[in-house]
Design a protein around this ligand. Sequence first.
Ligand SMILES: Cc1ncc(COP(=O)(O)O)c(C=O)c1O
Length: 420
Amino acid sequence: MGLGALGALAAAGPLSALPAPVAPAPALPAYDPAHPDEYWRAVRAQYPLRDDPLYLNTGGLGPTPQRVLDRVYGTMTEMQEHSEPEHERRIKPARRALASFLGARPDEVCFTRNTTEGNSIVAAGLALNPGDEVIFETHAHPGGSYPWFNQVQRHGVVVKLFEPDVTSAEANVARIAALITPRTKVIQVSHIVCTTGLVLPVRAIADLAHQHGAWFHVDGAQAVGMIPVDVGALGCDSYAFSGHKWLGGPHETGGFFIRRDRLEQVAPVEIGSYSGDLPFLPGVIKLEDSAVRHEYGTRNLGLIAGLAEAIRFQLELGRDRIAAWSRGLATGLAAGIEDIPGLTVLSPRDPVLRSAMVTFSLRHVTAGRLTRYLGKRHRLRTRPVTEQGLQAVRVSTHVFNSRADCDRVIAALRAAAHDL
Ligand SMILES: Cc1ncc(COP(=O)(O)O)c(C=O)c1O
């Protein structure tokens, strides 16, 4: 998108209420489909991230462009110059930008500190009784599973797990369907599974959940910022994500969506100023008639402004273009390593199920050993995958990565097959 188009977008859209863009890092060139590598090199130059080690772990923690950091620092500095809370004035435009980015209404979203917090709002807030059942995948991250196991220990909720299938969307829907009973109250899935990068068929699972009257929650930690996410089209009741992964927002940022007509079904567990009104003590709290009821107390508005800047940056790059580039890199990487002797790619082959993460294992080599080897010998920052007994390594490819980066990974894995 050129600057003119961005200006039009900013004038018309929810970004118009945000502060003007900070002084840009090196300007982005217009996108030329004939020379994509040049464009993404210019994107790479926006990041303070060092070249060594080569960073391939956006699924763990996403690097932030300089202009996001400038926005955080600038906002925090401005707010120290007058030391006024300015909560409403600064948070509302950012919330509108977040809502628009997710395809939600402004009263359906609130800021959180991370995905775990959004998952916890749902797990702790739904009215569940002992014996009520919750279904999610065996590969759920602790940020998705612990909030539910906490309910198992505290309230006798029953967790039922399905093994995600990397070969077929329908198989995943069928595996969930096979676990449903009259006691099923909640189905939760990771939009993109953190171990293998499998994209789950969220819309079909939403329909299944609602046919059975179950709440449908999505853990979007690995999705928002990697692929376009429209919560309305996904059909979920609630959705949680982190700002500090694929979106490139500041650390300790995130968002939570709850459908307008489902608001009352999740009791807020943590509340305070900004959650509602309690005019006289003692009294009855009148909660905000929106997701904002979950966004209690004083917040670091610098971080929230930084998250809004990260959203602006993504819109400037184009969300479809981001998804195509990062997924394309992962696809090329997977193709380049599949013939390596002893190496198995655990990520999906089907393009519909595949994301910008590639996970692989090397025969007889533990996840820790392979990760250390790639780090020390080849200066590659990857992530070991040991969930569910896997001994694998995950590589994430994002907007600041290049085809040359993927070639380095391929060469390193060829060497690993020989050296280890
Ligand atoms: C699927 C999934 N859910 C939750 C989390 C936890 O994220 P956070 O620590 O930002 O809450 C992660 C982190 O990798 C994840 O992959």
